[in-house]
Write a protein that binds this ligand. Sequence first.
Ligand code: GDP
Ligand code: CA
Length: 325
Amino acid sequence: MVVVLAGGVGAARFLRGLTAVVAPEDITVIVNVGDDLELHGLRICPDLDSITYWLAGLVHPEQQWGRADERFTVRDELIRLGHEPWFTLGDRDLALHVHRTALLREGMALSAVTADVTRRHGLTLRLLPVTDDRLETRIHTVDGRDLHFQQWWVGERAVPDVARVEYRGAQAARAAPGVVEAIVDADVVIVAPSNPVVSVAPITAVPAVAAALASTAARVVGVSPIVGGRVVRGMAHRLLPAVGADVDATGVAAWYGARSSGGLLDAWIVDSVDAGALPDVRALGMTASATDTLMDDPDIAAALARTVLGLGHAWPQDDRPGGPA
Ligand code: GDP
Ligand code: CA
C-alpha cells in the first residue's frame, strides 16, 4: 500500500502520475482539511475536491482547480441578493457542496461522505480526510488579525504579512478511520509536492497521525514543492518565512526535518535544477535525489512517481525502525 500526504493541486498533479504506475486500489491519500470552510451554509473542502476533479478528468485545465465547463448562475444571483462574491463557487462545483452538506447533516462523517463522492466519480483509490473533526488553519497577520486561511489567501490575495500560522483544533482532532492503519501498514509514505505550511503541516499536526508517521516501518519520501527557489504556484513563499524556513528545496527539507532526528522525512527529492542542493539535504540526515519534478505533462508525473517509489523501497532492511539490529 502506498500512502500519500496531500494538499490540493500540487498533490493532484502528482497523483495523476502515481495512478499511472501503481494500481489505484493500492493507494490511500490522506488529505488536508485545514482549508475547509463553510459558506452559505455549505461545507466546502477545496483540497479533497481538487484531487477528485483532477483524477476524474473534470478539472478546469487552465485554472487547475474547480470544474471545466463551469457556469456561475448561482453566484450571479447571490450577488443580486447582496452577497459579497469573494470565494468562487461555480454551479457544478456547488452541486457537490450541496450533496456533501446534506449527507453531513444526516450525521454521516466527512470520511464516509468522501468515500461516497469518490465512488460516484468512478475513483478507486482511497481518499481520506485526515480527520472527521474540525481542524482549521488560521493565519495571524502582522497587523494583528486572526483570519481563516481562505480569507487570507482568496479574500486578501495573501497580501497581509504573516506573523503565525495556527492549526486550530488539531491537538484535539482524532485521525479519521483508516488513517493511522494506512500509515502503519504502508510500504511507502509519500509527502506530495504540496504546500508545507498549509497543506502538509495541518495533517501532521494531528497527534495520532504524527505518532503513526514516527513509528511506521515504511520509508517517508517527500517531493519538493519549491523549484529553483520559487513556488511553482500558490503562496508558499508568503508562509515559509513566517515559520522560519528558507524558500528553497533545502529550506523545506530542513523544516520538515529528518525522521532520524525526530522529523518527518527519510528521503527528499528535489528538482534537477536544484541538484546542487543535494549535499546540504544529505547533511540533514536524509537520502536525497534530483529529478524532473515539474509535472506539466502526465509522463513527467509518472516518471517522478517511479523515482519516488524507487527511493521508498530502497531501504536497507537492517536500517528499518524495529528491524534486525
Ligand atoms: P493547493 O492546496 O491547491 O495549494 O495545493 P498543494 O498544497 O497540493 O500544492 C501547492 C504546492 O504545489 C505549491 O507550493 C506549488 O509550488 C507546488 N506544485 C504545484 N505543481 C507542482 C509541480 O508540478 N512540481 C512541483 N515540484 N511542485 C508543484
Ligand atoms: Ca489547499
